[in-house]
Design a protein around this ligand. Structure first.
Ligand code: FMN
Length: 337
């Protein structure tokens, strides 16, 4: 594969991996970090009640390699959110993000997530109080609108309120959320993407850092968006095809690591997890996309999923087999030329 021309186009720009419940666990984030040292990684959304009354240590655990790392909070209670922001700073997170984008019934019931877009003053108040107590930045991840409140003006006013309260970075999922009638999954697919609204927000509020999110899957798409805004956040593509994070190294003018190098760094981590008593079967789901789009992909996925027990040796054998299959396919291609 020929290397692209390498120039750093990321001065003051960001590439982030989106918060995704049940997906962006500490194990996934450790894995994601192996592809690219520059990306901002996000935790899953963690509710304030889970942090304050649950298994806090387990929920907030992370590996030092995960930095820069953002804790995403789900909540709306001023005291609880402020307490959790302080905890985030004490535990060493680099930023705290408020979830104003999740449309699930459960979060709506608790009056958190996307329904908070209808309450710009509530969110602004959260930003103001949280930011007053901590030095790390408080940011907002939101939609472009909700239900009938779908005009550019509505979004702009929402952002202006939190900006006035001290938030300087907004990550905007460029779709409205329909709070009634669509599942969270449908809400990531059905409402049309309106990237132009996010570009306009940056043009009209150039002093803010605006990051765009939603449906971004290729390096070319990332480059296009970076011409308009300060950052790109990718979610599903980074999970299903994590090697995109390695390919993105070209944005920093750097070479990307090979899949073999990624595996070599992953194995010692897996060894550690076994030593801590973790079952490898509960981690491997995060690694299934490593060979996405390549000849060894299916066998790798089959070897890693649906097993009651998996040893590290079995994972290594599956990795070797996939790498070998790719090598054979590339030899066959060369022979054809
Ligand atoms: C499985 C899954 C879980 C998600 N959980 C969260 C979450 O905890 N917090 C959040 O703000 N967004 C969550 N999202 C939305 C993503 O952060 C992102 O905004 C959305 O997937 C659109 O980006 P994409 O098209 O690049 O995937 C989730 C998405 C998926 C697929």
């Amino acid at each position: 594969m020929s290397q692209p021309d390498l120039h750093n186009i990321m001065h003051n720009k960001r590439l982030s991996v989106a918060p995704m419940i049940d997906w962006t666990t500490t194990d996934y984030r450790f894995f994601a970090r192996l592809f690219n040292p520059h990306t901002y990684l996000y935790t899953e959304m963690i509710s304030t009640s889970a942090i304050l009354h649950g298994k806090t240590d387990r929920l907030l655990r992370f590996n030092s390699s995960e930095h820069p790392l953002v804790l995403q909070l789900g909540g709306a209670d001023l005291n609880e959110m402020t307490q959790c922001a302080i905890i985030a700073q004490e535990r060493g997170f680099d930023e705290v993000n408020i979830n104003v984008g999740c449309p699930s019934d459960r979060v709506q019931h608790n009056k958190i997530g996307a329904c908070l877009m209808a309450e710009p003053d509530t969110v602004a108040n959260l930003v103001r109080h949280m930011q007053a107590e901590i030095d790390i930045p408080v940011t907002v991840k939101q939609r472009i609108g909700i239900d009938e409140q779908d005009s550019y003006q509505f979004m702009q006013e929402f952002v202006a309120a939190s900006a006035e309260a001290g938030c300087q970075r907004f990550i905007v999922h460029a779709r409205i959320a329909w709070l009634k009638g669509l599942s969270p999954k449908e809400n990531r697919e059905i409402p049309p993407l309106r990237y132009e609204d996010v570009y306009r927000l940056k043009q009209e509020m150039p002093e803010l850092k605006i990051e765009i999110n939603g449906g971004i899957e290729t390096i070319d798409q990332i480059k296009t968006h970076l011409q308009q805004v300060d950052g790109v956040m990718i979610g599903r593509a980074a999970y299903h095809n994590p090697y995109i994070l390695a390919e993105a190294m070209q944005l920093w003018g750097e070479q990307c690591p090979s899949r073999e190098q990624i595996l070599d760094s992953l194995y010692p981590y897996l060894e550690q997890q076994v030593a801590r008593g973790e079952a490898l079967t509960s981690l491997t789901r995060h690694f299934l996309g490593l060979f996405q789009g390549l000849p060894g992909a299916r066998k790798w996925r089959q070897a890693l999923s649906g097993k009651p027990y998996l040893s590290l040796d079995e994972i290594k054998a599956a990795g070797d087999a996939a790498l070998q299959q790719i090598e054979q396919a590339s030899q066959a291609d060369i022979a054809k030329e």
